[in-house]
Structure formats: structure tokens, C-alpha cells
Design a protein around this ligand. Structure first.
Ligand SMILES: Cc1cc2nc3c(=O)[nH]c(=O)nc-3n(C[C@H](O)[C@H](O)[C@H](O)COP(=O)(O)OP(=O)(O)OC[C@H]3O[C@@H](n4cnc5c(N)ncnc54)[C@H](O)[C@@H]3O)c2cc1C
Length: 477
């Protein structure tokens, strides 16, 4: 009988692990994924969605994430990867621009150019390279062939010497050899396994949504974004609007459209956003955008936000994410002092981080590879030892990624400090010229007054002694 591996959560992390275990090169596993949503379409009653995930339509996959994906997937799914990450087309620019309110680029995070996901995976891990893909298509692909039990909300588990018993909200139970909690940032498995581990609010609220943009508006947008796959538009008071897109168009009613994910972000201590109407959110963001410097760029951003859907509409085969406020969290990694057991964690449940670097799913793919590799030796070492090896391997790796994401958040949101070169001489030049004129003028006036009779030899004049000596030298009285 192959070992039964139970996975909590059919998100990107849980499904990638399921694929890796099902396609394990040497071992056979019985893999079952339990998901609380009723089906792949999500649980939203407001929106007709196709595999929509709240994080938005676009997902950035780096070279190291692509390498991991290629190790997890079977050949027939690898062959479909170019549908998820379409090859770059002419003019497309795999970079992320940061653009100020006047439309000027203030920093560019450049990536090494790769034609497609296969070429991307060849690029050395130390180099930065990525490709933007479509999250719903990636999830669809990862669901292929996986035994997912829908409407199965895990409420807890019991661990014994011989296995794990998982308990569901519907009163049923399931037993397995190992349980992997890939149940996201609010993980139930984590809260039972590490009751004291922290989930740190990052003080940032984000509102991702997806829009279908006409060719003419896309052209006006790209006048600023220069065909970059990601652009962050800085606004006042630490507000930002991140736009991710590809130049691959879709045709609808013989018109051309482009899919864009808009992610509005702003600093906020608020965490309780449970009751939020998409229409109110769109109105609030519009008001925020109106505070920006007026001009073409702000007009374009306002028009993009106007396209955010507040009703249940399916357009162009695209998954729409309702614009809802979400507080961002960072999740503590596996504690140093923890003792390995038959239960472990993967993805956001153990390595949640700010999305500013777009890397958490990539880290989850890498960790899934580590877990598959660690389970290679389960017959000799036993499950607990294998899980211990996995946790030891991912602990420093995940921490490094979280620190990198904090650093990128600092770079982008600035916390009031600009990291990149700010124009100093140009805006200050009128003041520098005025100060020079005044300084030279006052100095000349003072010198003239000090040398003018009868004050030139007045004892109160600091130059009187020098002036009388000079007069004597010239024979004056
Ligand atoms: C706005 C935004 C943009 C991002 N962009 C990128 C990017 O470009 N690149 C990148 O690498 N990363 C990105 N990330 C991070 C990435 O989206 C996440 O790391 C990834 O989605 C995490 O996947 P996951 O499977 O761990 O968690 P989730 O996607 O949250 O999935 C968890 C699943 O578990 C289910 N679940 C929860 N509780 C239970 C339960 N009790 N019982 C059963 N099922 C349960 C949930 O319904 C869900 O389906 C972004 C994140 C955000 C917020």
C-alpha cells in the first residue's frame, strides 16, 4: 500500500506538491487534497469566476520557480506551460518600473530576457529573470489528475505514532501517514501545530482586481509603462498602484482587449475588512486617485479603475477578482526549536510574505521540490525524520526570501524614504542662484562701505587699522 499523503488546501502550493508527489521519480504515493471551497471556481457568490484567486489574474514566475515547476510536473503538463506563461512577444519588457506622479520613471527593476518558461528555467538562479503568467490557467493545469475533495474544511487533526487523523467541519474524518498544511496565510494546521507562531500584520492594505482594457486605453497606459510587465505608480501618502499585464491581446466582438491586474496598496493599520462591498471599494480608490497630481497619467489610472467590476460578469474567458480590501501579513517560518512530526507546512501557511517581490509561490514550488526529495527515503528513515530534513532545509531558505520581500517592500513603499536618486539640483536651482546673488551683493556692499571715507578709519570699523596703514603707504592723510 503506498503511503497516504494528505494535503490541506488546493491552492497553488498544495497542488504543486500534489503534482510532485504523483510524479515522483522513484516512489508511489496516494495523494489526497482537501479543499474548503465547493469547487475550482471558488466560493464567491458575487462573481462568476473561473478559478479566480483573490491575488489577481497575473503571477510572476522567476527562473528558480520555473526550474522547480519543471521538476514537479509530468511531461504532458510541462508541454502546456506555454499556455500559462505565453512566450514573450516583440517589445515586451520583463521589467518592473516605478513611476512617480508626474509619469517619470524613478527606478527600473530589470530582469534578464527569456523567450519562454523553458528558456527562463535555464537561467542561473543567481540572476534575476522572470515571466508573467496567468494564475487561473496555472491552477487549472496544477489541478490536472489530482484527487481533490471539495467542500472539505479541515478543523483540526490528531497525531498518533502510526499516523494522522484529519477532522472536517462536516463531521467526517480521514486518516493518512502525513499531513501537509498548505491552507494559506490563515492556516488551521499551523495554528494547531505552532499555536504561538506569529502572523505579523505588515501595515499595508492591498486591493487586487482584474480588468479588460481596450486597445486605445492600453496604448495610453503603455506611453508611461513602456510595455513593462509590471509598473508601480507612486501616489501621495505612500499609496501605490501596481499594474501587471502582458502584451498578448484577446479579441471580443471583433475588438482587441488586454488583461491587466490592478493592485492598489496603501499604508493602514486596519485589519478587519470582512464586510466590504466592491462598489464602495471602487469608489474609495477613485477618491484616492483623484488626490494624485492631475494630468494624463492620473486620467489613465482613473479610467483603468473605472473598469473594475462590481457585478457578476464573465468577459473574455477571464477570471474576475472582486476588488476587496485585504490586510497583508507575514507568517513566521518553522520555529528553530520545533520537533518534527507527521505534520508539516508549505506555501503561505509557513512562508507568507509581502507580495511586492512576487516570489512567494516560487518559494512554495522550491519547497515542494524539497519535500518530495525528503520523502525519497521514507522507507529507511521514516516519515518524521524525512519531514525533519525538509524543515531543516527550508528554514533558512524561506527566511532569506522573507527578508528579500521586506527589503523590496521598503524600496517600493519607501516608508517615507526614497531609495533611488531624487532630483535635487534641478528643483533647488532657483534657491541656489538667489542665495549666491544675495551673498555676493551683500559682500560687495559691505566691502564698499568699509572702504569709504570718513568711515574707512572709524575705530568701530573692523578694517580701520588696515585702511589707515594702506593710506599711509599711499601717502594720504
Ligand atoms: C496581490 C498578490 C500578488 C501576488 N503575486 C505573486 C506573484 O506574482 N508571484 C508569486 O510567486 N507570488 C505571488 N503572490 C503570493 C502567492 O499568491 C501566494 O504565495 C500563493 O498563492 C500561496 O499559495 P498557497 O497555496 O500557499 O495559499 P492559497 O493560495 O491561499 O491557498 C490556500 C488554499 O487552502 C484552502 N483552505 C484554507 N483553509 C482551509 C481549511 N481549513 N480546510 C481546507 N482548505 C482550506 C483555501 O481555500 C485555499 O484554496 C502574490 C500574493 C498577493 C497577495
Amino acid at each position: 500500500m503506498p503511503p497516504r499523503i494528505l494535503i490541506a488546501g488546493a491552492g497553488i502550493a498544495g497542488l504543486a506538491l500534489a503534482q510532485g508527489l504523483l510524479n515522483h521519480p522513484t516512489k508511489k504515493f496516494k495523494v489526497i487534497v482537501f479543499e474548503k471551497d465547493a469547487g475550482p471556481q471558488g466560493k464567491s457568490d458575487l462573481f462568476l469566476t473561473i478559478n479566480a484567486r483573490w491575488q489577481g489574474h497575473h503571477i510572476q514566475v522567476y527562473n528558480y520557480g520555473a526550474q522547480a515547476l519543471l521538476r514537479l510536473l509530468p511531461p504532458h503538463l510541462i508541454a502546456r506551460l506555454s499556455e500559462v506563461f505565453p512566450p514573450h512577444i516583440e517589445n515586451e519588457c520583463p521589467s518592473a518600473l516605478v513611476i512617480d506622479e508626474s509619469g517619470k520613471q524613478v527606478v527600473v527593476f530589470g530582469g534578464k530576457q527569456a523567450k519562454d518558461v523553458h528558456e527562463l528555467a535555464q537561467i542561473d538562479e543567481k540572476k534575476t529573470a522572470w515571466i508573467m503568467g496567468y494564475r487561473p490557467d496555472l491552477r487549472n493545469l496544477l489541478l490536472d489528475g489530482v484527487d481533490v475533495r471539495w467542500s472539505k474544511q479541515i478543523i483540526g487533526y490528531e497525531e498518533s505514532e502510526n499516523g494522522v487523523r484529519v477532522c472536517f467541519a462536516d463531521g467526517t474524518e480521514e486518516v493518512g501517514d502525513v499531513l501537509i498544511g498548505a491552507d494559506g496565510v490563515n492556516s488551521i494546521v499551523r495554528s494547531q501545530k505552532f499555536p504561538n507562531s506569529y502572523k505579523q500584520h505588515l501595515g499595508v492594505t492591498v486591493i487586487p482586481t482584474d480588468v479588460l482594457v481596450s486597445a486605445s486605453l492600453a496604448k495610453r497606459y503603455h506611453a508611461f509603462a513602456k510595455h513593462a510587465e509590471a509598473a508601480v505608480f507612486l501616489g501621495p501618502d505612500g499609496h501605490t498602484l501596481l499594474v501587471t499585464t502582458r502584451l498578448h491581446s484577446i479579441t471580443q466582438d471583433s475588438a482587441t482587449f488586454y488583461r491587466m491586474t490592478l493592485q492598489y496598496g496603501f499604508p493602514s493599520a486596519e485589519t478587519n475588512y470582512t464586510v466590504d462591498s466592491p462598489a464602495d471599494v471602487v469608489r474609495d480608490i477613485t477618491n484616492f486617485l483623484m488626490k494624485r497630481k492631475r494630468g494624463e497619467l492620473t486620467d489613465v489610472l482613473l479610467e483603468l479603475w473605472k473598469l473594475a467590476r462590481t457585478k457578476d460578469v464573465k468577459v473574455g474567458g477571464m477570471a474576475y477578482v472582486p476588488p476587496v480590501r485585504r490586510a497583508l501579513y507575514e507568517v513566521a517560518g518553522i520555529p528553530e526549536e520545533s520537533k518534527p512530526s507527521r505534520v508539516t507546512l508549505l506555501g503561505d501557511s509557513i512562508c507568507g510574505m509581502s507580495p511586492f517581490r512576487g516570489q512567494a509561490a516560487n518559494i512554495a514550488f522550491q519547497d515542494a521540490v524539497s519535500l518530495c526529495r525528503a520523502l525519497d527515503n521514507y522507507e529507511i528513515e521514516g516519515f518524521i525524520r524525512c519531514i525533519g530534513n525538509y524543515e531543516t532545509e527550508i528554514r533558512p531558505h524561506d527566511l532569506k526570501a522573507q527578508i528579500a520581500s521586506r527589503y523590496r517592500a521598503l524600496e517600493m513603499t519607501l516608508f517615507g524614504l526614497r531609495k533611488w536618486p531624487v532630483p535635487i539640483l534641478k528643483p533647488l536651482s532657483p534657491f541656489i542662484i538667489a542665495a549666491t546673488v544675495i551673498y555676493v551683493g551683500v559682500w560687495k556692499l559691505e566691502t564698499a562701505a568699509q572702504s569709504h571715507p570718513p568711515y574707512d578709519t572709524d575705530p568701530r570699523n573692523p578694517k580701520a587699522y588696515f585702511n589707515s596703514k594702506l593710506k599711509k603707504h599711499h601717502g594720504e592723510h
